[in-house]
Design a protein around this ligand. Structure first.
Ligand code: ATP
Ligand code: MG
Length: 468
């Protein structure tokens, strides 16, 4: 057992580490993606701000340069050079005069209304064919001809803005990835270190051979407590089952020793005896002792079955006592007739349901009828009755008009191996213990009363059925 516990775990087994990492890696991957999108958005906003500022100042510089332009329908060579300087082919402009119309342009893109001369440039979005543009527009009155109004528009594609945002992103993402890898490594080491806390418990359990004492709560991490408590519960049930088996073996050895010794004695006597009369007498004893041994075995097994969670049915079924009880009584009528006992059944019409196991209930009733037939004696009356109780419970009653049990001993009925001092020698003293265990499993209560003027009455009160 110890070796099995220490065996290396198989790859197919669920792993706490793998699970934790999978749970962390997927959300962290998604987070990284979101973070990259966010970083790109922020970088683009930043890049837009810078480029907008540059565009405005370009428009203002141009306006300043064109202040001195002698406007006779053409631009000075310096102004033309500045306007046309476009190494990337991504800048566009137009200069329009209110008196001379369009003076110069390298592209025609939709524009917004120009601001008043002397005001700051206005920024706006525009398009040129498939390209999106960002543009600035400004108006001035040139000094050479204050009556004229020059409207200068400059525009650029968005490529540079996106390039700058990408550059920022490419700088930020590797750093963030590094940070995440560092965090994941820490988590990995943390998990490994945390799992080491289970080592003492694993070793303590591995060192056990047949020890079923509780694991207890010392050195058990809080998160593992539900597991160890469940195992302790299992250990407790196993201890109960083992105790039951040990008790069965001890009881069987004790109860069978006397009849078996008697059997050996009578068999040896008979083997050496030729007298037919004494031989028949010995055979009679042997028969009695064999019957007693068989009864003891059957009752011991029945009691162990009624107590053991391994043999009791796993679930309760709906059982109609109004059918099962008269049927069971019917099966005992011929035996009652042979014993000269008047066995009868009294019930009410309609079903009387309880939750349980039909064969166990039959065993319970058989034991009660058995006692009544055996101890009430010849000429007595035994009645088995069923009555519905208020609140849907059912009461099963077996009563006889035999001698009953001395009042002082009533409380001991149901004890294992208890027999009244005057009881016949055919019993084992286990019947009522079996009855009580079966009743307990059904949630029923057993009570014993002496009747007036004489006789015993045994009541079994069943709780209301929960199943339909
Ligand atoms: N109806 C009864 N009238 C008088 N005494 C009874 C009656 N039922 C039970 N007893 C007494 O209670 C004792 C215990 O009964 P129980 O059924 O547990 O064991 P048993 O009948 O002796 O053996 P067995 O295990 O074979 O049933 C009996 O030995 C008997 O003395
Ligand atoms: Mg009995």
């Amino acid at each position: 057992m110890a070796e099995q516990v220490l065996d290396a775990p198989r790859q197919t087994q669920p792993s706490l580490r793998r699970r934790l990492l999978a749970f962390l890696l997927i959300p962290v991957g998604v987070l990284l993606l979101l973070d990259a999108l966010l970083t790109y958005g922020v970088a683009l906003a930043y890049s837009n701000r810078i480029h907008d500022r540059d565009l405005s100042s370009d428009a203002e510089s141009l306006a300043e340069l064109l202040q001195d332009n002698r406007l006779d329908g053409a631009l000075s060579p310096q102004a033309r050079f500045l306007l046309e300087y476009d190494p990337d082919g991504r800048s566009f402009f137009s200069v329009r005069s209110s008196l001379h119309g369009l003076l110069e342009q390298n592209a025609s893109f939709p524009q917004v209304a120009a601001p008043k001369a002397g005001n700051a440039p206005v920024l706006f979005d525009s398009r040129l064919g498939p390209h999106s543009l960002r543009a600035a527009i400004i108006s001035i009155h040139p000094q050479a001809n204050p009556a004229d109004t020059l409207t200068i528009s400059v525009a650029e594609t968005l490529q540079d803005r996106h390039r700058r945002a990408r550059e920022i992103l490419l700088l930020a993402v590797p750093l963030q990835s590094l940070l995440i890898v560092a965090v994941l490594s820490l988590v990995w080491f943390g998990v490994n270190y945390g799992l080491r806390v289970l080592q003492p418990l694993t070793e303590r359990l591995a060192a056990r051979e047949h020890d079923l004492t509780p694991i207890g709560e010392a050195d058990v991490p809080m998160e593992i407590l539900p597991l160890t408590r469940t195992i302790d519960g299992l250990f407790a049930r196993l201890r109960g089952t083992l105790e039951l088996h040990e008790r069965f073996i001890a009881d069987a050895a004790h109860q069978l020793r006397t009849p078996l010794a008697g059997l050996i004695l009578h068999v040896e006597g008979a083997v050496q005896d030729d007298d037919p009369e004494r031989l028949r007498d010995a055979l009679g004893h042997i028969r009695q002792l064999t019957l007693r041994t068989a009864r003891t075995c059957a009752q011991l097994l029945a009691l162990t079955r009624a107590q053991s969670p391994l043999t009791l049915p796993a679930t309760h079924l709906p059982v109609d006592l109004a059918r099962l009880v008269p049927e069971t009584v019917g099966l005992r009528v011929s035996e009652a007739l042979a014993a000269e006992v008047d066995l009868g059944y009294e019930g009410t019409p309609g079903p009387l349901r309880v939750d349980g196991d039909p064969s166990s209930l039959q065993e319970l009733l058989d034991n009660l009828i058995d006692n009544a037939l055996r101890y009430a004696g010849r000429g007595s009356h035994v009645t088995v009755g069923l009555v519905p109780l208020p609140g849907d419970g059912v009461r099963l009653r077996v009563e006889d008009d035999g001698p009953g049990v001395p009042d002082a001993l009533l409380a001991r009925l149901g004890e294992r191996f208890f027999r009244a001092p005057d009881a016949t020698d055919m019993g084992t003293g286990l019947g009522l213990a079996i009855v009580e265990r079966i009743a307990e499993w059904h949630g029923a209560r057993v009570s014993y009363h002496n009747r007036t003027p004489h006789g015993l009455q045994v009541d079994v009160q069943f709780p209301p059925a929960m199943m339909v």
